[in-house]
Design a protein. Structure first.
Length: 382
């Protein structure tokens, strides 16, 4: 948005600080993304200190404080966001609550790291981007697959002409294999909650494709619910699913390259994640165990001419950019930690290298275009 850059770089957080105080909203003592990724990431970085946590109840808040050794704990997120020693608020709750919690943190003048998707829909995302611009604070959205060393390596190879001119690209992947889901993720079966195959596995996959190769200029899409009943692990309860378990998109990128993405779930195995970039001189192949490139380690293989693809080693200079994070490599916290490290550098240097709320608007817009096409059957502009 016009003026956002100037407002962000003149905010209080453009002033370098030795340590940034973080408050995390949405922490469980036994499971969850905060415990799996955010807390290990922040504790590995000298630029940050976890100073406050909030949970849904006083009992849970007390428990997370004990488990993670943080004395300032709250059952009311409003109390967390106004703490004077908190510089960055991390929002790691379920998507339907993002708008309310992020809005409160922005209104308190805090920088915000919000998990992806930014909101339930494009309207939520645009409203939060506008609010961040209004308050002149820095933001980052959890599209951390961009921070994976393999993605930076692929960008370098493309700049160096490894594949020549990109002619086409294809992505295929599985997020959840089979028809059983753990209870904490059952809310993802309801399309209206905004966290589902399209927004999460597909959304992260779409974002790295667009980040590396450019945006869709136009597209067509098919989505369907092929297995409408999902069993909850442990209880055997069957829940009707309204969110699509098959998403297939084909279109043209702004470069002219043909692109296709097919992400699915509730199938019996299959290719975890395969992304090919085909050019006039060669091909790159990026693979992972599942269509969650923000979480699972990515490997890179390449071939030029008529040669068979061979593994390409990711340069140590990329994997070890932040040596303090070496113990996290291969874990879900690794890319999150790299995003936090880059965010701290942005705050100190007045730069903008991590995706902010404005950047989140683009994948949200493409997702809205996909939904529109799948519902109407008409070709739409992305």
């Amino acid at each position: 948005m016009p003026g956002t850059e100037a407002r962000e770089t003149t905010s209080a957080l453009a002033i370098p600080k030795s340590t940034l105080g973080v408050g995390i909203i949405g922490v469980s003592p036994v499971w969850g993304w905060a415990a799996t990724a955010h807390i290990p990431a922040l504790r590995a970085l000298p630029d940050y200190e976890i100073r406050a946590l909030s949970a849904r109840s006083a009992e849970s808040a007390h428990a997370v404080g004990q488990v993670f050794g943080v004395s300032a704990v709250f059952s009311d997120y409003q109390q967390l966001v106004i703490q004077p020693d908190i510089d960055v608020v991390a929002v790691t709750v379920k998507v339907p609550h993002h708008r309310e919690l992020v809005s409160a943190a922005l209104a308190a003048g805090k920088a915000v790291y919000c998990e992806w998707p930014l909101g339930r829909d494009l309207d939520d995302a645009r409203a939060l981007a506008a609010l961040a611009a209004e308050h002149g604070v820095r933001t980052v959205v959890g599209l951390q697959a961009r921070q994976a060393p393999a993605i930076e390596f692929v960008q370098q190879l493309l700049r160096d002409g490894y594949v020549g001119e990109v002619l086409s690209t294809t992505m295929v992947g599985v997020s959840i294999a089979g028809d059983v889901l753990v209870q904490p993720n059952a809310y993802m079966l309801d399309k209206t909650n905004g966290a589902n195959l399209l927004t999460v596995p597909f959304g992260h996959s779409l974002d790295i494709l667009s980040y590396v190769l450019g945006e869709f200029a136009e597209l067509s899409a098919v989505s369907d619910v092929r297995r409408p009943l999902i069993t909850i692990e442990g209880t055997g309860e069957q829940i009707v699913k309204t969110a699509a378990d098959q998403i297939a998109v084909i279109g043209t990128l702004t470069s002219g390259a043909t692109a296709s993405i097919h992400i699915r779930e509730a199938v019996a195995g299959g290719t975890g994640f395969l992304w090919e970039i085909n050019g006039t001189d060669g091909t790159l192949r990026i693979t992972a165990d599942a269509a969650l490139p923000e979480i699972f380690p990515l490997t890179v293989a390449g071939a030029q001419g008529r040669n068979e693809p061979a593994d390409l080693a990711i340069p140590t200079a990329l994997t070890q950019r932040w040596p303090a994070l070496s113990s996290l490599e291969g874990t879900p916290a690794f890319n999150v930690a790299r995003a936090y490290a880059a965010f701290a550098a942005d705050i100190a240097n007045g730069t903008n290298t991590v995706p902010d709320f404005n950047a989140a608007g683009r994948p949200h817009a493409v997702i809205a275009a996909i939904e529109s096409f799948a519902e109407s059957g008409k070709r739409v502009k992305a």
